[in-house]
Design a binder for this molecule. Sequence first.
Ligand SMILES: *[C@@H]1O[C@H](CO)[C@@H](O)[C@H](O)[C@H]1NC(C)=O
Ligand SMILES: *[C@@H]1O[C@H](CO)[C@@H](O)[C@H](O)[C@H]1NC(C)=O
Ligand SMILES: *[C@@H]1O[C@H](CO)[C@@H](O)[C@H](O)[C@H]1NC(C)=O
Ligand SMILES: *[C@@H]1O[C@H](CO)[C@@H](O)[C@H](O)[C@H]1NC(C)=O
Length: 350
Amino acid sequence: MAFVHLDVVRFYTLLICAVFSSVSSNAEIKVNPPQDFEIVDPGYLGYLCLQWQPPLSLENFEECTVEYELKYRNIDSEDWKTIITKNLHYKDGFDLNKGIEAKIHTLLPPHCTNGSKVQSLWSEATYWIAPQGNQETKIQEMDCVYYNWQYLYCSWKPGMGVHFNTSYQLFYWYDGLDHATQCAEYIQVDGQNIGCRFPYLEASDYKDFYICVNGSSDSDPVRPSYFIFQLQNIVKPLPPDYLIITVKNSEEVNLKWATPNGPIPAKCFIYEIEFTEDDTTWVTTTVENELHTTRISNKSQQLCFSVRSKVNIYCSDDGIWSEWSGKQCWKGLLWRKRSLLSSGHILLTQ
Ligand SMILES: *[C@@H]1O[C@H](CO)[C@@H](O)[C@H](O)[C@H]1NC(C)=O
Ligand SMILES: *[C@@H]1O[C@H](CO)[C@@H](O)[C@H](O)[C@H]1NC(C)=O
Ligand SMILES: *[C@@H]1O[C@H](CO)[C@@H](O)[C@H](O)[C@H]1NC(C)=O
Ligand SMILES: *[C@@H]1O[C@H](CO)[C@@H](O)[C@H](O)[C@H]1NC(C)=O
């Protein structure tokens, strides 16, 4: 027993020594945090630049490529975004309705430090646009639709209880514009701006689109509102047209329609079809511009369908359904006989 106990004591002593020696050898390698870490707002309505300078006393690690681990988030969000980079800046889009916080530390790769990963303390930075005006002066119910992937239109309602002479202005920016640009064609009601009709937006798809609606009034400052979205995700196409319905061998039904006119490629559509056979209605979707089906009963007298379109998941993350097309119908034999009879009747009475 005594031997075993002694061995255990010796084992722990060895272990403690080992731990201490590794700590002390690691403690010799230290690196400073990056310097002058800051969040810079170039005036692009949410597209910010995080930038920093190399840490002091890097000369001990001349052979090493220093890396930086950068973490950032909007202040009330749960998750940090993490980036590892060798550069001295990083750019991303942020929601300027909220504050932004970021932190960064220097990393020394293991081959520079005898196998252990060495990191500095964090440098921290925050950014927020000092809030002006009260919450009630913000615009409400902002709604933006990119009609047929061609015409962007945004509309809003004035803030609650703002004076009638409060005037709102819309600014927008995306990568490709030199600077934030003001709306050139406002939609107005009683002289107050309540929307914007955008000009042609060259090369604006699949990138963040930033909007700020701010304003001014005689009495109170107006709280600005910021929005970020991607245009391909708010497309509302035109409804399909040239609907054709044909019935073959008394029960095979073929529905066909034309792809909506405009710049949206045919492969980007999904269609929803509403089909009515006498009193029965069903709805289905397809990515083709035709659909084969069969009649429930070959005695049914009226088959009708209409279609609407949306941009599909192969071309965007989201979209808005078009209006429904007009209805196209096929009418059964019995119906045709009846209508012939009734038109004959009309002829007789004339
Ligand atoms: C790595 O270990 C060697 C040998 O133990 C030592 O001479 C050298 O100074 C150590 N390097 C660093 C960066 O601590
Ligand atoms: C704006 O509205 C406020 C409150 O109704 C009024 O006191 C002020 O004179 C108006 N200003 C102008 C320029 O019409
Ligand atoms: C609204 O925002 C634009 C773009 O950032 C800015 O140039 C303008 O001065 C702002 N207007 C007001 C009244 O704050
Ligand atoms: C109609 O359907 C019935 C049974 O489903 C079938 O026996 C009959 O031949 C069909 N009529 C025509 C004209 O195809």
